[in-house]
Design a protein around this ligand. Structure first.
Ligand SMILES: C[S@@+](CC[C@H](N)C(=O)[O-])C[C@H]1O[C@@H](n2cnc3c(N)ncnc32)[C@H](O)[C@@H]1O
Length: 284
């Protein structure tokens, strides 16, 4: 038996030394996972048995080697849903919850007007935004597409029973059957410039699939494809929202402004005040 307090203090030091960004949170989350409880539930646990302590030490070593926390617990929380995640799929990030929330609000506006909102999530990854939209706007008809085979399998698992129409393929040629009928397009595309390799955290660089991260010299190759696809899919007056890197607060909106087909092109900030996603409306 080891005192929980001692185990956690050692764990936090170890993760700190390994350069993990949130050592306290991660240590608690991993111990709670091993014990089958929650982080809050740990206050009720005074001692940890040897078997559990061993399992915890193994997970800690993997986290110190910068495996993503969510790969170790097997789940990622996103808005009101939980996604199964692991090797082969991009771990959904908290900042993307804002874009999903924007999509939920736009879809609800359509539902209030008496129509069935038609929503498309391009580059769905684990299915995080599609599942949120289907859960939070039950009246919506939600479609999602993913190119990577492994990621598509994770999405299929997460979206099973949700009613989301999930397809496997390239967004560039996706959903021709929906052309001109969609109300809301959301997308968190790959957007990291190739030259930014060194600045990306080890967890993402070594464990998120490369197709989920990199997007050409300026990081906007996928954004340019997305602009064309959204233009094809949306009905006049329909809206698109797309996440981008914080250094793309001007260049991402410019992709939409330059085509001359959009109104209300604006950039939106995240809770930390950083430029995070561009939104635009297809001109009528
Ligand atoms: C940054 S991840 C975002 C995943 C998910 N939407 C999220 O927010 O967690 C980008 C995703 O786009 C997928 N992807 C990249 N290029 C694509 C394309 N041309 N068509 C469809 N999916 C693509 C990648 O495989 C990856 O799963």
């Amino acid at each position: 038996m080891t005192a929980t307090r001692v185990l956690l203090t050692d764990a936090v030091h170890r993760l700190e030394a390994a350069g993990v960004a949130s050592p306290e949170y991660d240590a608690r989350e991993l111990l709670a996972h091993v014990l089958g409880t929650t982080r809050a539930g740990l206050v009720l646990v005074e001692d940890v048995g040897d078997g559990h302590a061993e399992q915890f030490a193994e997970l800690l070593a993997r986290r110190a080697a910068r495996e993503p926390l969510q790969h170790l617990t097997g789940t990622a929380a996103f808005r009101h849903v939980e996604l199964a995640v692991g090797p082969g799929v991009f771990v959904p990030r908290p900042e993307t919850e804002l874009l999903a929330g924007w999509g939920v609000d736009r879809a609800r506006e359509v539902a209030v007007s008496g129509r069935t909102p038609v929503v498309v999530d391009l580059c769905t990854g684990s299915g995080a935004m599609a599942l949120s939209l289907a859960t939070e706007v039950p009246a919506a008809e939600v479609h999602a597409v993913e190119l990577d085979e492994a990621a598509h399998s994770w999405a299929a698992r997460n979206l099973e029973g949700s009613g989301v129409d999930l397809r496997h393929g390239d967004m560039a040629e996706a959903f021709h059957d929906l052309d001109g009928t969609v109300d809301v397009v959301v997308c968190n595309p790959p957007y990291i410039p190739l030259e930014a390799f060194e600045s990306v955290a080890a967890e993402a660089r070594d464990h998120d699939p490369s197709l989920a991260l990199w997007s050409g010299e300026d990081g906007l190759d996928a954004m340019r494809v997305l602009e064309r696809v959204a233009r094809r899919l949306l009905r006049p007056g329909g809206v698109v929202g797309a996440e981008h890197a914080d250094v793309q607060g001007e260049s991402a909106p410019a992709v939409f402004a330059e085509s001359g087909r959009w109104s209300d092109v604006r950039d939106n900030r995240d809770l930390a005040g950083r430029p995070r996603y561009v939104t635009a409306r297809l001109a009528r």
